[in-house]
Design a protein around this ligand. Structure first.
Ligand code: NAD
Ligand code: FE2
Length: 384
């Protein structure tokens, strides 16, 4: 069976990747909109980018309103700045939020109508050139064709997609991740790990995407704890940043499955950061998935080095799930209670969340039929 494999046109990765990008950046236009958040400005990351742009005589204007996960309002504000200053291309610097906001701004520059019209649809018209500089090693958005924007009227996370949303250039410089605090390092790292595991266990998986998924799981399993314990370990930060992009490439082509499907409704209703809502679901969803994907979980157990020849396949799959669960404990991932989610409100919303999860289409990619009742019971189990 044939498959389509899509990746950014160019990826410049490794320490000092930003400097190495000068020549490429100089060919994209004379004026750029930088999409970012206030923390990136405070940390001096935007200044580093400004210095590079000044060096190559590219004029810029900054939209730094992405202070939280992206909403339709932020996208609208960004579009206004882009148009007012007659920009020619876009650069996002920050976590997945500024990158996703940039993609949506770009999409709505060339595609007419309201952003809500595009929920679940394919973006057809080419946006201006998009450049992504991730500062978290997490979402992989620098390599993906999707953007997730909250519809503030209906409290749902909209999914806009299309190959045209894949950034033309991804600059993956681990130096930017050095400042990420422990909590953000853990949550975003587990997001990347979830992308890789879901891509590998997706019904849509295929060999070329598997290569990236397996490589990412291996790198993340062996290095996440290191960067969590020592945020300044640049070698491990570089491995984790590379892995997050690999995981993005993997799920961009194989799709995410039940975890992301169930995680988005929690994020939309309770404003839990994306990485954490995945992390709380990961172990329970893997236990649910097991009987449908034993062989894939055995491969993953082998990849992370917890497989033993004496094990049955089922034991090896269990071993992988246990190893991931141990890692999550060491990364001190909080549970829903610690995240201060109102339990009654959560239970009141389980039906809506289950519907939104199924409607997103992601659970259907799981290697096991996911019924509405399965989703409801996993949501309930999160409190046991
Ligand atoms: N498009 C995709 O393929 C895709 C995939 C997964 C997730 N997402 C989306 O990405 C968003 C989440 O992105 P995220 O997890 O990267 O978080 P984020 O961009 O929301 O950032 C979280 C916080 O970390 C801070 N931060 C980021 N980098 C930092 C650094 N190096 N040092 C210090 N602070 C730093 C930010 O300022 C922010 O306060 C969600 O909206 C999610 O839906 C998109
Ligand atoms: Fe994700």
């Amino acid at each position: 069976m044939a498959n389509i494999f899509q990746i950014p046109k160019k990826i410049i990765a490794g320490k000092d990747a930003l400097q190495l990008s000068e020549q490429t950046l100089s060919t994209f236009g004379k004026k750029v909109l930088i999409v970012t958040d206030d923390i990136m400005i405070k940390l001096g990351n935007v200044k580093k980018l400004q210095n590079v742009l000044e060096e190559i005589s590219v004029d810029y204007v900054i939209y730094s309103g992405v202070n939280g996960e992206p909403t339709d309002k932020m996208v609208e504000e960004g579009i206004n700045v882009y148009k007012e200053h007659e920009c020619e291309f876009l650069i996002a610097i920050g976590g997945g939020s500024p990158i996703d906001t940039m993609k949506a701004i770009g999409a709505m520059i060339t595609n007419s109508g309201n952003i809500r019209d595009y929920n679940g649809k394919i973006i057809e018209k080419e946006p201006p050139i998009l450049v992504a500089i991730p500062t978290t090693a997490g979402t992989g958005s620098e390599a993906t064709k999707v953007t997730i924007i909250t519809d503030t009227k209906n409290n749902i996370k909209m999914l806009l997609q299309g190959g045209k949303l894949i950034p033309t250039l991804a600059i993956v410089d681990p130096v930017f991740t050095l400042t990420a605090p422990k909590g953000i390092t853990a949550a975003t790292g587990v997001d990347a790990l979830t992308h890789a595991i879901e891509a590998y266990t997706s019904r849509k998986a295929f060999p070329l995407a598997d290569t990236f998924a397996i490589s990412a799981v291996k790198k993340l399993y062996n290095n996440l704890l290191r960067v969590y314990e020592d945020g300044l370990d640049i070698k491990s930060r570089e491995i984790v940043a590379t892995a997050a992009t690999e995981a993005g490439i993997a799920f961009n082509n194989s799709s995410v499955t039940i975890v992301h499907g169930m995680s988005r409704p929690i994020g939309a209703l309770f404003h839990v950061p994306h990485g954490l809502s995945n992390a709380v679901l990961l172990e329970k969803c893997l236990r649910f998935l097991k009987s449908g994907a034993i062989d894939r979980l055995v491969d993953l157990a082998k990849a992370i080095g917890v497989y033993d020849i004496k094990m049955t396949d089922e034991e090896a799959a269990d071993k992988f799930i246990e190893a991931i669960s141990e890692l999550l404990k060491k990364l001190e991932i909080p549970n829903l209670e610690a995240l201060k989610i109102d339990k009654d409100l959560f239970f009141d919303n389980i039906d809506k969340m289950a519907k939104d999860a199924l409607d997103s289409g992601s659970p259907a990619n799981t290697r096991k039929v996911v019924a509405r009742e399965d989703i409801v019971s996993i949501y309930k189990e999160l409190w046991s």
